[in-house]
Design a protein around this ligand. Sequence first.
Ligand SMILES: Cc1cc2nc3c(=O)[nH]c(=O)nc-3n(C[C@H](O)[C@H](O)[C@H](O)COP(=O)(O)OP(=O)(O)OC[C@H]3O[C@@H](n4cnc5c(N)ncnc54)[C@H](O)[C@@H]3O)c2cc1C
Length: 316
Amino acid sequence: MVLVFAEAVNGNFKKAAHEAVTYGTKTAAALGTDCVALTIGSVNDAGNLGRFGATKVYNVPGVDSFDSGVYTAAIAGTAQQLGAKTIILMHSSTGKSILGRLAARLDAGSAPGVNSVPTVDGSFKVRKAVFSGKAFAEVEITTDYKVISVAGNSIPVEETGSALTVETLNLDLPASRTKVLETKRASGRTPLPEAELVVSGGRGLKGPENWGVLEDLADALGATTACSRPVADVDWRPHHEHVGQTGVAIRPNLYIAAGISGAIQHLAGVNSSKTIVVINKDPEAPFFKAADYGVVGDLFEVLPKLTEAIKAHKAG
Ligand SMILES: Cc1cc2nc3c(=O)[nH]c(=O)nc-3n(C[C@H](O)[C@H](O)[C@H](O)COP(=O)(O)OP(=O)(O)OC[C@H]3O[C@@H](n4cnc5c(N)ncnc54)[C@H](O)[C@@H]3O)c2cc1C
């Protein structure tokens, strides 16, 4: 049996949870077994995970806030109780913090951040990106228990089932060793790691006073703003917006880069985006090689036109 831990954020699932269950369903089909989904704590519409192919949906109640020890115990306990040997997590900050601990608890081989459904012809192999996405590694997991986390946007969500009734699992869980005293939520735009639409600027914007053209486009699209590293280094933009090898790594559906040359260190954090649009006045800018769509032009002319076109499209 394949067990997918479907993580909810503030009680609601993001697309990555549906991707993980779709991934689990395909893995189960390859293994000739069932995929079941697990939720922890209070979650809205957990039964909907059945739509993505889970044949059962379980909930472990009574866990109010994240604690990696308690979550590990809940997932390991569920896997042992149900006899699930392949455990799938999302490659989120929660998934990353649980994966090693869970693998140690179950004496499992593990692979973080995989992006392909396992091949199971006598062995169990998964693929993951390495060297900042420049190469792939094929990883064979040889243990009985297997723990993997699935990189976001690796697999399209597929609806193959229907909503189910959620079954409660009462497990003997340890007390949490940490206590969340306060949570301050970022307001405004979606945080970069979760953003599906990102509009990003580089040194081509010439100065912080020019960022209005980029923010107007982000507002029109409902996108999150990002920037290249030099821009954050000189405080034109806050550091949490810096994407790349030394910044945030993102995998949005759409990445629009304006006035960014496309240095390898920048590409390392954005080249897993589904669609990349590059706006640069230099036709030789290396970013064009990684682009799905390119506009050779002055960003100060192109961005306002794009914003107007998007507003007109949305209005009409
Ligand atoms: C160890 C290391 C780690 C690094 N990590 C990162 C990282 O994580 N992220 C990152 O981004 N960088 C990183 N860098 C820096 C990286 O090498 C590049 O220097 C940086 O990405 C360049 O930023 P940029 O594209 O904004 O600026 P530039 O390279 O100066 O490019 C500006 C671009 O704007 C274009 N342009 C100018 N005016 C206009 C206009 N009016 N309209 C349209 N286009 C225009 C130009 O043609 C040019 O292509 C790292 C470097 C090192 C050594």
